[in-house]
Design a protein around this ligand. Structure first.
Ligand SMILES: [Zn+2]
Length: 172
């Protein structure tokens, strides 16, 4: 069995940025692998494409340029918001609203997005809504640690059930 559409694939990997020996961003190990249904489009397209056709226990090394990953850093994604936006009952929680904090927010259309606080002053909060990996080339090394057929129910739900996946009350 190889990685193909509608297979449930488990992978371990190490992600570094900007070079093969660059800063480690993420380490995903055997005890908690990434589990996904191939071909559902839930991961970066280039990530999925690089794993297609791989066998169980096969190792991989590939990189994804920033433009094909999380895109370039955009100055327009750095926004000064009025301090009032962060007020609850007329008060600002400065434990939350402080430089370096990531704050979950919603845009005008109700989409969730995370912003990182760059600066806080008496009237405004400077937020960076770029993805934390925007502008970074991604370097992955890893291994395929599981491949199985997705169940009909998983395909209907569009996500993995059981170990490493989504759990429902009706499941054990
Ligand atoms: Zn489900």
């Amino acid at each position: 069995m190889v990685v193909a559409n509608n297979k449930v694939v488990s992978v371990t990997y190490e992600l570094r940025k900007n070079s093969a020996d660059g800063e480690v961003i993420e380490i995903v190990k055997d005890d908690n692998p990434l589990v996904y249904i191939a071909g559902m489009g839930s991961l970066l397209p280039d990530f999925e494409a690089n794993l297609m056709g791989k066998k169980l226990n096969e190792s991989f090394t590939f990189s994804i340029p920033a433009d094909d990953a999380y895109g370039p850093r955009e100055e327009s994604a750095i926004i000064d918001l009025p301090l009032q936006v962060f007020m609850v009952d007329g008060e600002v929680d400065y434990e939350l609203v402080r430089t370096g904090q990531t704050i979950p927010m919603r845009d005008q259309d109700g989409n969730r997005l995370n912003g990182i606080v760059l600066d806080v002053n008496e009237t405004t909060v400077k937020m960076d809504f770029n993805h934390p990996l925007a502008g970074d080339d991604l370097y992955f090394t890893g291994k395929i640690v599981g491949i199985r057929d997705a169940t009909q129910e998983e395909l209907e739900h569009g996500h993995v059930h059981g170990h490493g996946g989504h759990s429902h009350d009706e499941e054990d």
